[in-house]
Structures are given as structure tokens and as C-alpha cells.
Write a protein that binds this ligand. Structure first.
Ligand SMILES: C[S@@+](CC[C@H](N)C(=O)[O-])C[C@H]1O[C@@H](n2cnc3c(N)ncnc32)[C@H](O)[C@@H]1O
Length: 279
């Protein structure tokens, strides 16, 4: 595995040196049942060659491998060295920028790419480049989980609204990404069509979790969302009372901790958009 020169930062700050492995592991453990259901819905066949473009820590490599069997091939590709190192423990993975992939044209029967194209400065260019790696009639599967501002929690609706607005303001300030840039869940149909894909389909999987949540859901919701994505980051964007109310709901030591409430219901979505290259 060779170390790449650091490319320009992606839209959401990705570089070859960036490492958010722990966050990726938590999401994949949390959403594993729905992600596996999405993979099963693709109808992959034994012997197929599949690329996981932007494979992150590689959890999907084994899931895809289960579909294509021992005669098939699954390869992961990711920009971030730390992610590739983690993915290498799960399967074959290499470090590469998907805008300059180290594969021959028509090398794959299918490409799986989850939560990746929204990180690119030009998702359309990225999709077109990946399309060139598919055989005629090959399948592109773009997955996108809903973003923080679109997630639902069964608590105070007003607090939910002001928190969502605070998250949008945070993204705007940190990444210069506005509301339009956060609409990737709905953008992938148009992008695949614009890139020349045919037979485009879309299906959204609901990820519902209610109390008592299991350990994977607790880790993802309490650590990735409550602590790392909200937490002190949102303090500048909320009134003092709202911030205090939110922190109280997010604090595992608080009697009002959201995950311990009998009415706790968290809903996130995972949208899978697929298309085929022309034959
Ligand atoms: C949100 S993560 C998703 C990872 C994985 N697909 C998953 O679902 O857990 C986005 C991934 O895309 C990778 N990435 C971003 N820009 C990339 C590029 N230009 N080429 C290849 N990978 C890229 C990041 O390093 C990161 O691992």
C-alpha cells in the first residue's frame, strides 16, 4: 500500500490523512441490519466483481462478499489511509482517489458506494468516473443516509426544529455547505440520470430504533450524534435555555437522558439509488 500525496480537501474535509474510523464503525454497527437488507436487494450473483467506492472502514466488504461468494471479487477503495488500513482487516482494500481509480475500464459488474459522492466537490464527475469502471449493463448503487438535520427524535418538536436549524448553521460555518448542499439523499436520482445511467430506481429503508436500544444503537446515538455531532458544537447556535434542555436530554447521567425515556423513538433513513450502464 503506497502513501498518496495529500489531495485537495473534499467538500466535507476529506483528505488522505483524515481519520474518522470510529465514527464509521459506530454507524455501520448501528445500521448493519438495514445496510445488509439494502445489499441483499441488489440481486448480486455469485462470481460477480464488486467495487466498494469510498469503503471507509470496510464493514460492507464482508457483506458484499457474502453475496458474490468465493468465486466473486470484492475490492474496497478509499482516499483515507487510516480507513484503508482498517478496511484491510475486513477484505481487500486499497488507497486511491476515486477521481483517478487504479482500475481498467469495465473491471466491475457492480459498484456500491455509501455516503461518499456527497463528500466530493463534483459528485457528477465522480459518478461518471466510476461509471467507466462498470461493464455494459453493470450496476451502480449509491447509498445515502439522512443527515443530522433530517433525523427525527420523538421529543419536543420545537426543540427539534431549533436544533436542526443550529446544525445547518454549523455546517454552513464549518464547511461552507448550505441547505441545498445537504440534500444529497434526493440528489442521487438526478445525478445517475445525468451521468447516463438507465433503469434508475430508488428505495428508502427506514432505520427505526426505540427504547430500550441495543448497545450498537446506544453507541451511535449517544456518542456520534449527541456527544460528537451536537455537544458543545451547537452552543453558539442555540439560546441558553434550548442548549441546556438539549444537553440534559443527551447526558447519560441525567434523569432526563433521551435513550432511557419510554417514548424514545429515533428514525433515520437510508436511501439506495441504483442504475445500470447502457448495454
Ligand atoms: C462518510 S464516509 C463513508 C464510508 C463508508 N462507505 C461507509 O458507509 O461507512 C466517506 C468516505 O469516502 C472517502 N472519500 C472521500 N473522498 C474520496 C475520494 N475522492 N476518493 C475515495 N474516497 C473518498 C472518505 O475517506 C470516507 O472514508
Amino acid at each position: 500500500m503506497s502513501v498518496m500525496p495529500a489531495p485537495a480537501r473534499g467538500l466535507l474535509g476529506d483528505t488522505a490523512a483524515r481519520d474518522y474510523s470510529e465514527k464509521l464503525r459506530r454507524f455501520n454497527a448501528f445500521a448493519a441490519p438495514e445496510l445488509r437488507e439494502a445489499i441483499a436487494s441488489l440481486g448480486l450473483e455469485p462470481g460477480m466483481r464488486v467495487l466498494d467506492a469510498g469503503c471507509g472502514t470496510g464493514e460492507a466488504l464482508a457483506w458484499l462478499g457474502d453475496e458474490v461468494g468465493a468465486m466473486g471479487t470484492v475490492v474496497g477503495m478509499d482516499l483515507a489511509l487510516a480507513h484503508v488500513v482498517a478496511a484491510s482487516h475486513a477484505g481487500d482494500a486499497l488507497q486511491a482517489d476515486l477521481s483517478a481509480p487504479p482500475f481498467m475500464g469495465e473491471a466491475f459488474d457492480a459498484i456500491w458506494s455509501v455516503n461518499v459522492v456527497n463528500h466530493l466537490r463534483s459528485p457528477l464527475d465522480g459518478i461518471r468516473t466510476l461509471a467507466g469502471l462498470l461493464r455494459p449493463g453493470g450496476r451502480m448503487a449509491l447509498g445515502q443516509s439522512s443527515f443530522l438535520p433530517d433525523m427525527c427524535f420523538a421529543w419536543d418538536a420545537r426543540l427539534e426544529r431549533v436544533v436542526n436549524e443550529a446544525v445547518r448553521a454549523y455546517y454552513r460555518d464549518k464547511y461552507a455547505v448550505d441547505e441545498r448542499g445537504l440534500s444529497a439523499v434526493r440528489a442521487n436520482v438526478g445525478l445517475l440520470r445525468e451521468a447516463g445511467f438507465q433503469h434508475v430506481t430508488a428505495h428508502t429503508f427506514a432505520i427505526d430504533r426505540i427504547s430500550p436500544v441495543d448497545a450498537d444503537a446506544e453507541r451511535y446515538i449517544a456518542e456520534t450524534l449527541f456527544r460528537d455531532s451536537w455537544g458543545a458544537r451547537l452552543a453558539p447556535y442555540l439560546g441558553a435555555d434550548d442548549y441546556e434542555a438539549l444537553m440534559d436530554l443527551c447526558d447519560p447521567a441525567s434523569p432526563r437522558f433521551a435513550l432511557a425515556r419510554p417514548d424514545f423513538h429515533f428514525l433515520q433513513t437510508f436511501t439506495l439509488v441504483t442504475g445500470r450502464t447502457p448495454v
